[in-house]
Design a protein around this ligand. Structure first.
Ligand code: NIG
Ligand code: FE
Length: 403
C-alpha cells in the first residue's frame, strides 16, 4: 500500500492539480466538469470532496502535491478478451499484406487456450492486467470465449474473476470445431449446461452476432438464457458487416452494443433512444485495417458512446486506452473531450457502474495523473508515455513517485 494517503479512514488532500476532470458537470466546466487549479479530498479509498483548491476543506490529515499536472478519472475498459494463450502475429502480418480479418482466426486461439495450463493463462492475464494499469486503466471487463466447452469456459471465467469483478460469459463466440455444421446444437448446449455452470461465475452474458459467428435468433436465445440465470446482457454487434446485432442488443435490454462498425439509420436511432451504450473499439479497426465506426453520427444523434480496447490476440492486441483515445480523435472525429468522456464515464455507463468513471463524492478514488497540463495531450501526444501515475481506491498502483 502506498503510504501517500493514510488508511484507516484518515483523509488526504491532493492539491496542486493543474486541471481536474471530474466528469460531474455540477462540479466544473462543460460535460467533463473540469476544474482548473483544483484539489481532491480522498478518504477510505473514495473521493469525499472535489473542487477549486482555494475552496478545499482545511481539515485533512495529509497533503499530497500532484505537481501541477492533469488528474483524470482512471480509464474504464469495458471490453476485453484477456483469457487466452498464444498470439496470432502471423495472422496480423498476413493481414498487413492484404488478407481480410474473419471470425475464423479465433479457432487458433481456442486450440492454444484449451491446451494451456491454468498457470499459463493466469500469467498472461496478469501481464495484460499490469499493462492496462500502467496505461491508466483502473477497471476492466474480461470475457471468456476461447474455451467453448463447459469446462474450458468455466475455467476462463474463474481465472478472469481473480482479476476483475466485470466478468463476461462469451461461450457464444464462435461455433467450436466439434460442432461444425451443427450451430443450433452448440447454441442449445450454451443455453443449458454451459450457462448453468458458468452463470454463477460471471456478471454479464455476451455473444458474437455477426457473419461467421451467430445469427440474430441464436444470439437472442443466448442472451435470454443468460438473463434467465441472472446475468446482464451485452453484445458484439455489427463488426464485420451490417446486420441485426444492434437490434438484438437493444431488444434484449443490453447495457452495450459493441463494435458498431456498420450501422444503418435504424441502428443509430435505436442506440440514440437510450438504454444501450454504443461501445466503439477503434483499435480493432486499426488492427484489421477496416473502416472506423461513424462515431460522429452516433454522437450527433444523441447516443451514449463508450471507448474500449477490445484487447484480444486476433483483432486488437493493445491494452492502451490512450491509444484508443488518440484513434477516436484522429480517425473518428471525436473531440478530445468526447473521447475522454467515452473512455471513462462512457465505460462506466456501459458497465452500469456509478462508483467509477468520475471523480466526485461517492466515487472510488481511481485516477490517472498525466505528465501534462491537460487531458487534450492524450490525443495530442500519441504514443508518448504521459500516464505518470495511476491510483486505485486512493493508493498509488503504478507510476514513478518514490514512496
Ligand atoms: O471483439 N469479434 C469477436 N471477437 C473479438 C475477436 C476475437 C479474435 O479474433 O480472437 C473481437 O474483435
Ligand atoms: Fe470483442
Amino acid at each position: 500500500m502506498s503510504p501517500l494517503v493514510p488508511a484507516g479512514g484518515k483523509s488526504a488532500l491532493l492539491s496542486n492539480i493543474a486541471t481536474l476532470v471530474t466528469n460531474d458537470p455540477g462540479l466544473g466546466r462543460g460535460p467533463l466538469g473540469v476544474v482548473e487549479d483544483a484539489a481532491l479530498v480522498v478518504e477510505s479509498g473514495a473521493v469525499v470532496w472535489a473542487g477549486p483548491a482555494s475552496e478545499a476543506p482545511g481539515s485533512t490529515e495529509t497533503a499530497v502535491d500532484m505537481g501541477a499536472r492533469a488528474v483524470l478519472p482512471g480509464f474504464v475498459d469495458s471490453h476485453a478478451h484477456l483469457v487466452f494463450a498464444g498470439d496470432r502475429a502471423g495472422e496480423f502480418e498476413a493481414r498487413m499484406k492484404g488478407e481480410h480479418y474473419t471470425a475464423g482466426g479465433i479457432f487458433a486461439t481456442v486450440e492454444a487456450t484449451r491446451r494451456a495450463g491454468d498457470d499459463v493463462l493466469r500469467a498472461n492475464l496478469r501481464r495484460l492486467a499490469a499493462e492496462m494499469l500502467a496505461c491508466g486503466t483502473t477497471t476492466f471487463e474480461c470475457k471468456s470465449g476461447y474455451g467453448l466447452s463447459t469446462g474450458d469456459e468455466a475455467r476462463s471465467l474463474r481465472l478472469a474473476g481473480e482479476r476483475t469483478d466485470e466478468v463476461t460469459f462469451l461461450g457464444a463466440h464462435v461455433v467450436p470445431p466439434e460442432f461444425r455444421g451443427r450451430p443450433d446444437d452448440y447454441v442449445s448446449l450454451v443455453c443449458t449446461e454451459m450457462l448453468d455452470a458458468c452463470a454463477p461465475l460471471a456478471r454479464w452474458v455476451d455473444a458474437f452476432c455477426d457473419r461467421g459467428a451467430f445469427d440474430a435468433d441464436q444470439a437472442a436465445a443466448v442472451l435470454a438464457a443468460g438473463r434467465a440465470r441472472g446475468l446482464q446482457a451485452r453484445l458484439h454487434a455489427n463488426q464485420l458487416g451490417p446486420g441485426p446485432g444492434v437490434r438484438v442488443a437493444v431488444e434484449s435490454g443490453a447495457a452495450s452494443a459493441d463494435h458498431c462498425t456498420f450501422l444503418s439509420a435504424e441502428d443509430v436511432d435505436m442506440l440514440a433512444a437510450g438504454g444501450t451504450v454504443a461501445t466503439l473499439l477503434p483499435a480493432a479497426e486499426f488492427s484489421t485495417r477496416s473502416p472506423y465506426p461513424d462515431a460522429r453520427r452516433l454522437l450527433d444523434a444523441g447516443a451514449a458512446v463508450a471507448l474500449a480496447t477490445d484487447c484480444n490476440p486476433g483483432s486488437s492486441y493493445t491494452t492502451s486506452m490512450p491509444f484508443c483515445i488518440a484513434l477516436a480523435v484522429r480517425e473518428m472525429h471525436m473531440t478530445p473531450e468526447e473521447a475522454l468522456w467515452s473512455a471513462t464515464m462512457g465505460g462506466a455507463v456501459a458497465l452500469r457502474r456509478q462508483d467509477i468513471g468520475r471523480l466526485a463524492p461517492g466515487a472510488f478514488a481511481d485516477f490517472v495523473v498525466l505528465d501534462a497540463p491537460s487531458y487534450v495531450h492524450l490525443a495530442y501526444r500519441p504514443g508518448a508515455p504521459i500516464v505518470a501515475e495511476v491510483w486505485q481506491k486512493g493508493e498509488l498502483r503504478a507510476g514513478g513517485r518514490a514512496a
